[in-house]
Write a protein that binds this ligand. Structure first.
Ligand SMILES: [Zn+2]
Length: 434
């Protein structure tokens, strides 16, 4: 049965399956159509054009822009995916059962009805969802199988590189490095997918080797710091290092986020060895363990075996603009508020790295945060002054105070460039013209 031949295909078990892909690039739409078009007024900090991360200073991209790109350019439209599968020999009428035929007819009809849309988007439509429910169980299963097959048709690397290239400048340095590798490899083997390139034995082996070298270097430094401790504490740290190495040797499937796991192990060590002045040095060293967010080797080992669409998304998602609460939301006894006066824009990567950490601590890992926060505020002020940003006239004062408090006065911003008179004038003239 042709449908069953592919039914074990899941996105997670990519490694064991062969990719179905077109022989040529089918999509040549202009990429600009999916880029964010700035509105006249902005009421959300994340929508400010070219807003930079208040922590690392990198330019950000909007999550909605990434989503639009994925849905309109990267995911394969259902109608085209089905036709590729059919050409590859699937869905032969004689080889399908009655329910499979019904399922196929249904998928075919709706893929034609919603031309150029991704199968998941079509099936997410309320009326389509309800319609699927009217079929018997077996047909519903067969529809799901075809949905899975259809969403597992991927573009080749040549196409993907072209789609992602306009966004290269907003990628963080590790992601840019991975992208450049994909760019180079796609020139040699344009028909291969991102996954086929990144999971090739030679690339994987090389990256794993480099990653392990970097991890070993960090552990060697930790050991050096620990050797200055009393013998008993030194032994405890050594045991922790050994355990950490075992964790890194385990397969990805067993522990999802090994680096976080290891960092947590060392954080707990702090409870075991309280008041040890060298503990802070060890902790900040442990944070230097390469992560998929800041290290290309680590990115390739973590995401290289995922499907090509996931890899493309990961290249961009860390740069997405997110709202960060200056005073964290869920801190014990001291909740930060869901208010503009407590918001800054962080990229996704810095946001998840900080979590609940106080600014006064976090700044140790990001010594250039003061100037990046200022750069961020200057862009915000520029947009208030020129009348683009509405409802934020008090924001520079408020955020200056919030950041000063949260950072124990380690970051003191200035908002001298704020000119409320200009802001009012420019907003009024914009309104008059609209
Ligand atoms: Zn950042």
């Amino acid at each position: 049965m042709k449908i069953n031949a592919i039914n074990s295909y899941t996105i997670n078990s990519y490694k064991t399956q062969k990719t179905i892909q077109p022989n040529k690039v089918l999509y040549t739409n202009n990429i600009d159509t999916v880029c964010f078009k700035s509105k006249k007024y902005i009421t959300d900090l994340r929508q400010i054009p070219n807003i930079t991360c208040a922590c690392c200073g990198c330019e950000t991209i909007q999550n909605t822009t990434i989503d639009k790109l994925l849905h309109s350019k990267i995911y394969y439209p259902a109608d085209e995916a089905l036709s590729i599968l059919k050409k590859a020999g699937y869905f032969k009428r004689k080889e399908m059962s009655y329910t499979e035929q019904q399922a196929y007819n249904f998928c075919y009809t709706y893929s034609k009805l919603y031309e150029h849309e991704y199968i998941k988007d079509i099936f997410d439509k309320e009326h389509v969802k309800n319609l699927i429910k009217t079929f018997d169980k077996q047909t519903q299963n067969d529809i799901r199988k075809i949905e899975l097959m259809t969403s597992s048709v991927y573009h080749n690397s040549k196409y993907m590189v072209e789609v992602l290239r306009p966004y290269k400048n907003i990628m963080h340095s590790a992601q840019k490095e991975v992208f450049e590798l994909l760019e180079k490899e796609s020139k040699k083997t344009p028909e291969k997918t991102f996954t086929e390139i990144l999971s090739s034995p030679s690339i994987r082996k090389n990256n794993l080797y480099k990653l392990e070298k970097k991890q070993e270097m960090v552990f060697a430094e930790v050991e050096k710091i620990a050797s200055k401790m009393d013998p008993k504490s030194y032994k405890i740290v050594l045991r922790r290092i050994r355990k950490a190495k075992i964790i890194f040797d385990k397969p990805n499937s067993e522990i999802q986020n090994k680096r976080t796991y290891v960092i947590d192990m060392f954080k707990k060590l702090e409870e075991q060895l309280p008041d040890n002045p060298l503990m802070l040095q060890i902790l900040s060293k442990i944070y230097e363990l390469p992560s998929s967010k800041n290290d290309a080797n680590s990115f390739i080992i973590k995401y290289g075996t995922n499907n090509p669409n996931v890899i493309a998304e990961r290249l961009l998602r860390d740069s997405a603009a997110t709202i960060e609460h200056v005073k964290p939301k869920n801190r014990k006894n001291d909740n930060g508020e869901n208010k503009i006066s407590n918001y800054v824009v962080f990229c996704n990567s810095c946001n998840s790295e900080r979590s609940q950490m106080p600014y006064s601590e976090f700044i140790k890992f990001h010594p250039d945060m003061p100037e990046n926060s200022q750069k961020y505020l200057d862009i915000v002020i520029e947009n208030i002054n020129n009348g683009t940003l509405e409802g934020f006239d008090k924001y520079p004062h408020q955020i200056q105070k919030a950041i000063e408090d949260e950072s124990d006065s380690k970051i003191i911003l200035n908002f001298k460039t704020l000119n409320i008179l200009d802001a009012i004038k420019n907003r009024t003239s914009k309104k008059a013209h609209s």
